[in-house]
Design a protein around this ligand. Sequence first.
Ligand SMILES: NC(=O)c1ccc[n+]([C@@H]2O[C@H](COP(=O)([O-])OP(=O)(O)OC[C@H]3O[C@@H](n4cnc5c(N)ncnc54)[C@H](OP(=O)(O)O)[C@@H]3O)[C@@H](O)[C@H]2O)c1
Length: 289
Amino acid sequence: MPRVLLTGHLGQLATDFKSFLPSSELVLTELEDLDLSHRDEVLSFVSSVQPELIVNCAAYNRVDEAESRPEAAFAANAFGPRNLALAAEAVGATLVHFSTDYVFDGPQRRPYVEGDLPCPRSVYGASKVAGELLVRASCSKFFIFRVCGLYGYAGSRDKGSNFVETMLGLGGQGKALKVVDDQFLTPTPTLDIVEAVLPVIESKKYGLYHLTSEGACSWYEFARAIFEEAGLEVELNPVSSGYYKTAAPRPAYSVLENGALKAGGFPDLPHWREGLRRYVRGRAEHGRG
Ligand SMILES: NC(=O)c1ccc[n+]([C@@H]2O[C@H](COP(=O)([O-])OP(=O)(O)OC[C@H]3O[C@@H](n4cnc5c(N)ncnc54)[C@H](OP(=O)(O)O)[C@@H]3O)[C@@H](O)[C@H]2O)c1
């Protein structure tokens, strides 16, 4: 196994990466050790570590807050990956970077393919597009994986939890809940992302990949499935996006087609419902519930 630098290692996706990679070859960083927006520090740190692979799980994911803090969003999501890409190029490493379905604006009703032009609706989405472009421009051996609706046992660092845990917490209190039914996505467990990414990295078929579970649903359908899988009776009502005012507009439809993955002959990820079932069944083992 090559030496791997894993950034943002306390986040939910990185936590699952750590369970798949041998700890003896892992170098871990967090914001407090290494702010990725500081170019010279990143170049010097990567030069001292000499990794063969850099997996960047760090990001500024506070989608609503980013509307009023664009500098912070671009520092982490655009200049951070750019600095890692420059450093990767300097030491001959491969960079694995994660982007988002929010690079799209969502007027269409067919899954977005890698060739579709990004058109973000939010500062967060724009900062992630900028990160993608700067990675492409700055290093030769890169993978960009656009993922969607992530949930992992560790919970998102920026959000403090994930949608499944939030729903189970609220549902367990016996309250009636309202969830939007006019935004469509593909919820994807972080463990399934890691399992799918590893063979792609090994293949050295560099480039841009959409990477989500199979299928799609609205947030309302996702919430209903969560309660079904957990065996909870909850009064759940659909509402439109206008009901919850958010600072950042969301795409109404941001389902991704894993076109490059399929074209490369890699295995499909499980259907989102199957991924959810496995997540709910594994909660106790991972200290949840
Ligand atoms: N969560 C989703 O639903 C979702 C959807 C689409 C795409 N993605 C993408 O998937 C990837 C993984 O997301 P995740 O949910 O696992 O993230 P996460 O749990 O929020 O973790 C992100 C980590 O990055 C760190 N970080 C922030 N700014 C940094 C900087 N300037 N330098 C170094 N570290 C910094 C954060 O540290 P602090 O906590 O100390 O700030 C945090 O530990 C990200 O690229 C994200 O944009 C996520």
